[in-house]
Design a protein around this ligand. Structure first.
Ligand SMILES: Cc1cc2nc3c(=O)[nH]c(=O)nc-3n(C[C@H](O)[C@H](O)[C@H](O)COP(=O)(O)OP(=O)(O)OC[C@H]3O[C@@H](n4cnc5c(N)ncnc54)[C@H](O)[C@@H]3O)c2cc1C
Length: 462
């Protein structure tokens, strides 16, 4: 360990990827089952888990293009949080205040649900519920944090859900420079994402669900899925393909893949840890527009990520996009800026992956009983815990059992299709540029950028 090297020696893979991976067979014959799920990430596997638990006689299979957890589920930042990419105010506007409150209550309680699952199945996923600290580095960010808190209060969520940290308490939780203010919420746990998705797959298989790997779905319609060489017939078909959705026939404009990139440091030594005072593994981000996120892993590395990578024309997703020289450099700069101590710590890993973004930025759980077709996802980077809630909702929708979750606003929420190219490319990349320049403006002037905010609101609105 020493200062960062000029010629870095990092590994181009995630810190989460060194698990012993069980490999599974592919679909090499035609198959009939009751429910077929496309995609073996959290969404697909949680759906299989809840369905099989509630209705053990169902014959359920999961078809995965690559291997279990190949997508975002094994490479994310490990924030298992009660956050959603849609605010209380936005939910209230379309579905009323009580539906908004119920959605957030369920999202927060999802952490208890996941904790119970982990303990019932004795899965160790490095889970630690330390909450989240949101820092403000300028007046606009401070204002943003206060507005969010005020919104929480106006929907009846008190101090126990989110509160401003005094500078004294902040310094005992996470001692970093340059914050003008910070808030704290208990609704987040740091996890090892790959341990969660591989453990979940094992549990699901023990229940009797069949998972087929290297079985890419090329197209599907009511009652039938086609892979390159086989057909899977099922009256119920659920798509859980998130950032990869645009590769499936007839879904080119359903979800835009945006890339998020991460780096990890070598484990911090005890004096570095002491100087940070980071003993409760709170996840950390600040209130900038172009999101950054950090967690202290169980082995004391800082895993740090950020958005802002360019969108690829025609929603392309390719293995070579998992690394981005320029964005990784930017992320390391941000890491060094936020946690000054990391300027002296080796960066050991870098990686990235696509997340799914619907046109209106709102996740959805859709199921049509007539066609038997459904889908869940579009979490815009908040899917670790939200996928559990979405999958539970999906299981009850399929079973048509009148469960209250089936009333949540994201059920059968229609998001319009993304624009045709090149409008999609120009729009998304323009938006990303604007968000980045807003952060620069806010840091420079301590003033909100009303014009750019207006443009972003227009783009995201109807
Ligand atoms: C770098 C990064 C950091 C993130 N950090 C966080 C975080 O800290 N907290 C948080 O809440 N969220 C985070 N997210 C988002 C979160 O990881 C996702 O929302 C979540 O994993 C979505 O799970 P999923 O099962 O819906 O999708 P995925 O995990 O992407 O799974 C989709 C699966 O479908 C398969 N598939 C695709 N096409 C086909 C096909 N045609 N046939 C068969 N199978 C197919 C894929 O191979 C993949 O395995 C992050 C995402 C990224 C990329």
């Amino acid at each position: 360990m020493g200062t960062q090297r000029l010629i870095p020696l990092w590994t181009d893979s995630s810190i989460w990827s060194d698990l012993a991976i069980k490999s599974r067979g592919s679909l090499d014959d035609d198959l009939q089952c009751d429910v077929a799920i496309i995609g073996a990430g959290y969404s697909g596997l949680w759906t299989a888990f809840y369905l099989k638990t509630l209705s053990p006689d169902l014959r359920i299979c999961v078809l995965e293009k690559q291997t279990v957890g190949f997508g975002a589920s094994s490479r994310n930042g490990g924030w298992c949080s009660g956050f959603l990419p849609v605010s209380l105010g936005e939910l209230a506007q379309t579905h009323g205040k009580s539906a908004a409150i119920e959605t957030y209550r369920e999202a927060f309680q999802t952490l208890d649900e996941i904790e119970n699952f982990l303990s019932d199945h004795q899965l160790d996923v490095d889970y630690h519920r330390g909450g989240t600290i949101t820092g403000a580095t300028n007046a606009v960010q401070k204002n943003r944090i206060e507005n969010e808190l005020n919104e929480m209060r106006s929907f009846g969520f008190g101090e126990e859900h989110s509160r401003i940290l005094s500078s004294k308490e902040l310094s005992t939780r996470l001692n970093i420079d340059g914050l003008t203010s910070a808030s704290y919420t208990p609704h987040c746990a740091a996890i090892h994402p790959a341990k969660l998705v591989t453990g979940l797959a094992r549990v699901v298989e023990q229940l009797g669900v069949k998972i087929f790997e290297n079985s890419a779905v090329v197209e599907y319609s009511s009652g039938q899925i086609k892979t390159e060489s086989n057909v899977c017939s099922a009256p119920i078909i659920i798509r859980a393909t998130e950032g990869f959705t645009a590769r499936i026939k007839n879904h080119r404009r359903t979800m835009a893949p945006l890339y998020s990139y991460m780096v990890a440091t070598a484990p911090l030594n005890s004096s570095q840890l002491t100087s940070l005072g980071w003993s409760n593994r709170e996840t950390y981000h600040d209130a900038r527009n172009m999101i950054i996120y950090a967690q202290l892993t169980r082995d004391n590395r800082i895993a740090f990520g950020g958005r802002g990578a360019p969108y690829h024309f025609a929603s392309r997703v390719k293995p070579e996009f998992d690394l981005h020289e320029e964005i990784h450099k930017k992320i390391i700069r941000s890491l060094n800026q936020v946690f000054k101590i990391t300027q002296e710590v080796e960066i050991t890993h870098r990686w990235g992956g696509p997340l799914g973004v619907p046109r209106d930025w709102r996740p959805a759980v859709n199921f049509d009983r007539n066609s038997g077709l459904g889908s869940l996802g579009g979490y815009v980077g908040d899917g670790v815990a939200a996928s559990n809630l979405a999958a539970r909702t999906m299981a009850h929708l399929i079973l048509s059992d009148g469960h209250p979750l089936c009333e949540l606003p994201w059920v059968n929420h229609p998001s319009r299709k993304w624009e045709v190219e090149p409008l999609r490319y120009l729009g998304i990349n323009g938006l990303l540029r604007i968000a980045e320049s807003m952060d620069e403006h806010e840091a420079r002037t301590n003033q909100p950028d009303k014009f750019r905010t207006f443009i972003i609101d227009k783009f995201l609105g109807d």
